[in-house]
Design a protein. Sequence first.
Length: 418
Amino acid sequence: MMNNKLLIIGLIWPEPDATAAGTRMMQLIDLFIKQGYDLTFASAALKNPLSFDFSETTVSCIDIELNSDSFDVFLKELDPGIVLFDRFITEEQYGWRVREISPKAIRILDTEDLHFLRKSREIALKQGVDDWMNFVQNDITKREIASIYRCDLSLIISAFEHNLLTETFHIDASLIFYLPFLIEGPFDENFMELPGYNQRSDFMTIGNFKHQPNLDAVRYLHADIWPLIRKECPQAKLHIYGAYVPESMKQLHNKSNGFLIEGWIDSKEKAFINSRICLAPLRFGAGQKGKLLDAMVFGTPSITSTVGAEGMMTSEIWNGFVEDDAKAFASKAVKLFQDKTLWTKAQQTGFSLLKKNHDKMFFETLFIKRLLLLIKEIEKHRKLNFTGSMLSHHQHQSTKYLSKWIEAKNLLNDKIVE
């Protein structure tokens, strides 16, 4: 009989109203619940007002400690059949304990996006270099790829990243699975009541300000793009939404030029359906961009960069325009803002992209089929993954004893305080 207990270990508690990562996690939770899994979500992080409230769900929530054998006791009692890590850092922290206490449990890593790709691009941008591959040989790359090897299956949200792992880093396809953001149909009916061109005004962008690509994009908008748009559309405003606004961003708020730092909004739907255009000039990043998916869902055409559209654009088709040059970006934004026919066509293109690339039922079916096969053939699967076994052996030793040292140090400090 299959063990239907599933443990999710999160670096933080999901924040689906504030982050794309939170939205992704809630989609995975919904998927597993529908398959009859008994879910437990555990994290060592503190909850905050934006953390999802699981009290009205069937999900059990557990506070755990980092570098503590209390986690071992908890894990042994729970005895999960599957353990899912919400990013490679979480796998580094708890993976060795899972392999030691629950060796039979299937280990799944949800990469969210490839952190090393985002970091390599950030370094390249800061150094003014176009080819981020020049900086890919960094610590995060080695740690993240090692984590992928140590897990039985890693979920990859972007087709670009799936290809990068298989073609550039030669990771066997049996270790990774492409699972994009999931949108539930029927699509045509969902979009019938959305406001049209004449019912919308102004520009918008949105994003969690703890995420460095979002901070950079807002600064880029303020310095290089918005002045060009405002020159052609002097009455237009740019509404900038997002949680965790730092003081440096608040200082960019300027009513006189329509650059408005709105901060947190309790309904992202309101932000999108009241706006005519979404601007997302992302200069670095990875994965699929939640704001651009939401723009399609809420019928808001967008202007973004190559990085922004990566893993979401099909055959050069986008629900607006993709531009990397500031002047071209601003010009296309103005054109789309002022042309109703072009705008309506872009909106419909967004709906088509959702249906083609994010059909929830289609991708859930593929994933469950893959998961059941993995469960059935787990011993064979692990024998073929010698690299993962080797990395697990060495990581187990180094991480285990570092954690044990920290644990002993904490106990000693507690005794001194007493």
